[in-house]
Design a protein around this ligand. Structure first.
Ligand code: THU
Length: 155
């Protein structure tokens, strides 16, 4: 008996417009990335409910595991700035070299999904972008369903 055919891959969630200011902030932060090893530049810009924007870029290290993702950098800036809730975030990721294929979706890694979850609501929007614009928009709950979060420890 042959194996059943694989389930079809669902289409990417449609992009939802992010605020132009948030996109511009993420694009600027991306150009400051320290990514000499992967040569993959990532910028993130998040907005809190009161409209404050915090940015981050990926920060790699010669000791490879010590590298930090752009989302983690932006969250660190937010917490250091005195805020704790993410209303919306734009992540722009693409190779530094404009001559290589840059069409892939730079979705947050597993660790960053959990980091974002700590400070997000289930319907917080996560815009995944390339340098040309937003390519897909996900809710937090889509990226990390059945997640473990602060609520699990509020006993
Ligand atoms: N990276 C991010 O900063 N965010 C993501 O969402 C995916 C990956 C970084 C980590 C590393 O510096 C480079 O991209 C290649 O993985």
């Amino acid at each position: 008996m042959s194996a059943p055919p694989p389930a079809p891959v669902p289409p990417h969630p449609v992009p939802t417009p992010a605020s132009p200011a948030l996109f511009t902030a993420a694009a600027a932060a991306r150009l400051h990335a320290h990514a000499p090893y992967s040569r993959f530049l990532v910028g993130a810009a998040l907005r809190t409910a009161d409209g404050t924007v915090f940015v981050g870029a990926n920060v790699e290290n010669a000791a490879y595991p010590q590298g930090q993702c752009a989302e983690a950098s932006a969250i660190g800036a937010m917490v250091a700035g005195g805020a704790k809730r993410i209303a919306e975030i734009v992540v722009i990721g693409a190779p530094a070299d404009p001559n290589v294929d840059a069409s892939g979706l730079c979705t947050p890694c597993g660790g960053c999904r959990q980091r974002l979850r700590e400070f997000s609501a289930p319907d917080t929007l996560i815009h995944v972008a390339g340098p040309e614009g937003v390519r897909a928009t996900f809710t937090m709950d889509q990226l990390l369903p059945f997640s473990f979060g602060p609520d699990n420890l509020s006993f």
